[in-house]
Design a protein around this ligand. Structure first.
Ligand code: MG
Length: 319
């Protein structure tokens, strides 16, 4: 079985664009929770993006940062956690699911950024297989997942080894029969390449953010970048879509503000599917429509979907 049929369907006609819910629908409900994923799927969009890390007992879970986020995580007592107090890799699944990620801390910068996000009384960090279960529901039969593996080669000690994560992920995808309905993406191209080596039948997506190296790991494309693994500096001689397609990537997820029309033309020529992230303003959605991306990754999937529908540009995947 191969993911080719999904990939074929994701090549849009010019001007037709898919919407992908970022961390579920972060603008509306707490990120990377089952509630957020269920809501996003109920909108009639085709795919979700979620972030994945591995626990101490080697369970893949949906959460973004290598440590529990102090602005989104409480103890069951209601007390907010301190920054960097709890590393995901140092907690078992059971310990992790005793934290509440159902709301954001009042007056925090996170809350100011997502002021319309609804609060839940309680939400646990889900296991990746809990999200896979959602895909097996009949009402979600045309949906697919963009699973972003969080791996930082500049801080490799914070996360599980790439080889272990890739093997566990491949086993889980195959156990659920989701080979055609999962794309694996990462800023860490070492992980993309390992995924292609172990499971060449599962499609990979290469994330890019162009800019100088910084301590937060905001960018992964710069001279001598360890994020690019053996492909470091290849972008100095070829365009990013060429580098990714030559490496065996099927999809490309550029930061929307980096993307140029020359790169988009090249991606189309190479058959590389392009999903831009994270597009939360309608002016920027219009810029992506003008560039002709295949998909838009957004915290506000309903808003973007309605904007595309109003112009007759919302692509729909039929199972
Ligand atoms: Mg992500």
């Amino acid at each position: 079985m191969h993911s080719e049929s999904l990939l074929k369907a994701l090549h849009t006609q010019p001007d037709m664009i898919y919407v992908q819910g970022h961390r579920g629908a972060r603008g509306v409900l707490p990120e990377n929770t089952l509630e957020s994923f269920e809501y996003a799927l109920s909108l009639g969009i085709q795919s979700l993006e979620l972030d994945v890390l591995m626990t101490q007992d080697n369970v893949l879970v949906a959460t973004h940062n290598s440590a529990l986020h102090p602005d989104t995580t409480r103890h069951l007592s209601g007390e907010w956690v301190n920054e960097d107090a709890f590393q995901i890799r140092n907690l078992t699944l059971q310990e992790l699911q005793d934290f509440n990620v159902g709301a954001c801390r009042p007056e925090s910068s996170y809350q100011r950024r997502f002021k319309d996000q609804q609060s839940l009384n309680f939400a646990a960090i889900p296991a990746l297989t809990d999200v896979f279960q959602l895909l097996l529901l009949p009402e979600n039969k045309s949906a697919w997942l963009n699973v972003e593996i969080k791996s930082d080669p500049t801080k490799f000690y914070q996360t599980a080894p790439v080889e272990l994560v890739v093997q566990q992920l491949t086993d889980a995808i195959e156990a659920f029969g989701l080979q055609k309905r999962v794309v694996v993406q990462s800023f860490d191209w070492n992980l993309c390449l390992e995924m292609q080596r172990v499971a060449p039948h599962i499609a990979t997506s290469y994330l890019t953010s162009v800019g100088p190296e910084d301590e937060y790991g905001n960018n992964n494309i710069y001279p001598d970048s360890v994020w690019m693994g053996p492909l470091a500096n290849a972008h100095l001689h070829s365009s990013l879509p060429e580098v990714i397609a030559n490496a065996g990537g099927k999809m490309w997820a550029p930061y929307f503000d980096n993307l140029t029309s020359e790169e988009m033309t090249m991606a189309r020529q190479l058959g590389l599917i392009t999903y831009a992230w994270t597009v939360n303003e309608l002016d920027d959605v219009d810029a992506m429509i003008a560039l002709g991306v295949d998909g838009i990754i957004t915290d506000y999937p309903l808003m973007v979907l309605e904007h595309l529908r109003a112009q007759g540009k919302a692509a729909a995947l039929i199972a």
